[in-house]
Design a protein. Structure first.
Ligand code: ADP
Ligand code: MG
Length: 255
């Protein structure tokens, strides 16, 4: 691959001068320091995340494992600015999230963060094409509809552009959600048990698309999964237990 292409692969229409994703010296995509979060009131208040320190490098694929209720989804919410921590700092693609207003945070997320949920979360009153294009338009990206159509083609859905979510299978809905997440060429892509509602083969197809998106664009990937084989495909596995990071091992290390 020519140097310039490598340098700017995955960047959007506005190429940022500091966008050198994929280079090992390019630094960290996500940095959490001293993050604590409690939710609930009074006696029901629970420490959900405790003293989380975490650095994820640009272009890295990280598998996030842990028992149900250990705080995985909450950690993803904090990383993507959907939830603000009580203490600590969260830096994503060089931006301190706590310094951003709610509006600025929403704009930041629209451009820099792709999110895929277990339950797809498509907008039911919009077609597949609109589900992908409208967030691009909101992010001020030119040619939103053309770009959305090509992202949907990339996940094999060029024949489904005008279908509504209810007219799509679960696997197709998740492919739309993945196209939507990848369309802005976000710096980070987070996926919360993205195959949890799918049968095995359909889940495997989604996983291939997810890792392909990550590899082709150099997107940093954080993947919550219960599947050890899936986690083993990541560069690194992080385990959460009761809101704390339990251990950090390479994917090849014993469980
Ligand atoms: P995981 O994704 O690992 O299953 P979650 O991040 O969803 O875990 O939840 C972690 C813990 O936080 C759970 O014990 C859950 O019950 C609790 N929790 C999640 N959201 C709230 C909330 N809004 N209020 C109180 N507790 C919550
Ligand atoms: Mg969860």
């Amino acid at each position: 691959m020519p140097f310039e292409k490598m340098l700017f692969a995955g960047s959007g229409p506005i190429t940022r001068m500091n966008d050198i994703s994929g280079f090992p010296f390019a630094g960290d995509a996500i940095v959490l320091s001293g993050v604590n979060l409690s939710l609930g009131r009074g006696a029901a208040r629970v420490n959900i995340l405790r003293d989380i320190d975490l650095n994820i490098r640009r272009g890295e694929a990280v598998g996030l494992l842990g028992p149900s209720g250990s705080g995985k989804s909450t950690l993803l919410m904090v990383m993507t600015g959907l939830e603000r921590p009580d203490t600590g700092s969260v830096r994503v693609d060089g931006e301190e999230l706590q310094r951003l207003s709610e509006d600025a945070l929403a704009r930041f997320r629209g451009k820099n963060v792709g999110i895929v949920f277990q339950a797809f979360h498509l907008i039911p009153t919009m077609t597949a094409l609109e589900n992908v294009a409208v967030p691009l338009e909101l992010a001020g990206i030119a040619d939103a509809f053309e770009r959305a159509a090509s992202e949907l083609a990339a996940v094999g859905l060029s024949e489904r552009l005008s279908h509504y979510p209810a007219e799509l299978s679960g696997g197709e809905q998740q492919r739309v959600a993945l196209a939507r997440a990848l369309a802005p060429n976000p710096a980070i892509l987070v996926a919360d048990e993205p195959t949890g509602n799918l049968d095995e083969q359909t889940g495997r197809d989604i996983v291939e698309l997810l890792f392909r998106g990550h590899a082709e664009r150099g997107t940093t990937l954080v993947l919550v999964t219960h599947d050890n084989t899936l986690a083993a495909r990541c560069d690194r596995v992080i385990r959460l237990r009761s809101g704390q990071i339990e251990s950090r091992t390479g994917a090849a290390a014993p469980a």
